[in-house]
Design a protein around this ligand. Structure first.
Ligand SMILES: CC(=O)SCCNC(=O)CCNC(=O)[C@H](O)C(C)(C)COP(=O)(O)OP(=O)(O)OC[C@H]1O[C@@H](n2cnc3c(N)ncnc32)[C@H](O)[C@@H]1OP(=O)(O)O
Ligand SMILES: O=C([O-])CC(=O)C(=O)O
Length: 382
């Protein structure tokens, strides 16, 4: 038995995977061998889902069939909408509403869960991926006193979500930008939320349980929650009316942890952040409102030259520019992490199924450091 302690499981190998390849020193990410930059530029989120789940890119017929099946499963049961309405009345956070809704979706799944039937597990994953946008858009509307908008089967995954959110078809720039953001967030190896899903699935629990666990783990500020924190930080900077360089200098002097910086795997700028930087700048140019991009870019420039940050391998991660992109698309701040979850369903389902093909219960150990050989004292004598 190995006795060396790996707190946080840094660098511990626990599985083999052919979903994503990450080189944290070179700043490379590929899904099943395809560079993320090519996928972000050329593919659609549906194509990427197909790739993650089936291992190959689809040809046009296969993609049409897959996208049609996915679109046909977008509607959610009325009981889910009623529950969301109750959660909205209680002012629940969207991530918590999503966690509750994913768990609830299993009640209307038409197939039994069978740990030996991985095809059925994949179909469950597909239903979750299809319904999460409907849940999120409905929740956002209900909490704003609006009726949910029914999904449309004739729109792509990204465009349909934006349509259900606003009640109006998005323009091409918004739909393409959002689709690209979904592609960038779809998978990232054994990150905390994916690993959570794998731990759950390794007990032979079903896909809904694994995805509910994934949503729960993604919510925290060290993981998916950071995208909202980044935008809140930029708004704080804006309200301070300080020069951005002075603002970030003060933040560092006060030992603040800067959201959207640092990553367990990357020691250089995250390749997804490179793409989102360009997108954020482009949206600012187009709208004439460049300040959100400018604030982020100024912080990046300052921290990149600051001694400690490069020394500790701290650089912008995927969350640093995604917030400015969503903000410019007019999306509410507390929807950013749920949108991340919407995309990451692809990775969660892919990894869970890959792991279950050759399943082994995940069960690490803790080194016992508590007291020993204590004499039990009955309650009335303590
Ligand atoms: C999609 C994603 O999940 S990407 C990550 C999203 N999360 C964030 O952006 C939150 C901000 N970042 C962080 O908290 C961290 O960088 C993490 C959690 C992402 C990675 O953390 P770890 O690999 O555990 O690094 P750890 O927390 O040990 O930090 C190493 C050193 O860098 C410092 N550091 C790490 N991140 C930051 C940051 N964002 N700002 C300032 N200092 C930081 C730590 O204080 C520590 O310094 P020390 O060695 O002087 O004590
Ligand atoms: O990989 C990680 O640790 C965090 C993550 O999910 C990502 O960067 O997309």
């Amino acid at each position: 038995m190995a006795d060396d302690l790996q707190k946080g499981l840094d660098d511990v190998l626990v599985a083999e995977s052919s979903l994503s390849y990450i080189d944290g020193d070179a700043g490379l990410l590929a899904y099943r061998g395809y560079d993320i930059k090519d996928l972000a530029r050329e593919a659609s989120y549906e194509e990427v889902l197909y790739l993650l789940w089936r291992g190959e890119l689809p040809d046009r017929d296969a993609l049409d069939e897959f996208a049609t099946e996915l679109a046909a499963e977008r509607a959610v049961d009325e009981s889910v909408i009623t529950t969301l309405d109750g959660l909205a009345a209680a002012d629940e956070r969207p991530m918590a509403a999503l966690r509750t809704a994913v768990s609830m979706l299993s009640a209307s799944d038409p197939e039994e869960s069978d740990p030996d039937d991985l095809d059925a597990a994949l179909r469950k994953g597909r239903r979750i991926a299809a319904k999460v946008p409907t849940v999120l858009a409905a929740y956002d509307r209900l909490r704003n006193g609006q009726e949910p908008v029914e999904p449309r089967e004739d729109l792509g995954y990204a465009a349909n979500f934006l349509y259900m959110l606003d009640g109006e078809e998005p323009d091409d720039v918004a739909a393409e930008t959002f689709d690209m953001a979904l592609i960038l967030h779809a998978d990232h190896g054994l990150n905390a939320s994916t690993f959570t899903g794998m731990v759950i699935a390794s007990t032979l629990a079903d896909t809904y349980s694994a995805v509910t666990g994934g949503v729960s783990a993604l919510a925290g500020s060290l993981h998916g929650g950071a995208n909202q924190d980044v935008m809140e930080t930029l708004l704080e900077l804006d309200e301070s009316e300080k020069d951005p360089t002075d603002w970030i200098r003060d933040a560092i002097d006060n030992d603040r942890r800067i959201p959207g910086w640092g990553h367990r795997v990357y020691n250089v700028k995250d390749p997804r952040a490179e793409i989102l930087t360009e997108k954020s700048a482009e949206l600012g140019e187009n709208s004439g409102e460049k300040k959100w991009y400018d604030y982020a870019a100024t912080i990046e420039e300052y921290l990149t030259e600051e001694e400690q940050f490069p020394e500790k391998g701290l650089a912008p991660n995927v969350d640093f520019y995604s917030g400015t992109v969503y903000y410019q698309l007019g999306i509410d701040l507390d929807m950013y992490t749920p949108i991340f979850a919407m995309s990451r369903v692809g990775g969660w389902v892919g990894h869970v199924l890959e792991y279950q093909e050759d399943n082994r219960l995940i069960r690490p150990r803790a080194r016992y450091v508590g007291p020993e050989n204590r004499e039990f004292v009955p309650i009335d004598d303590r």
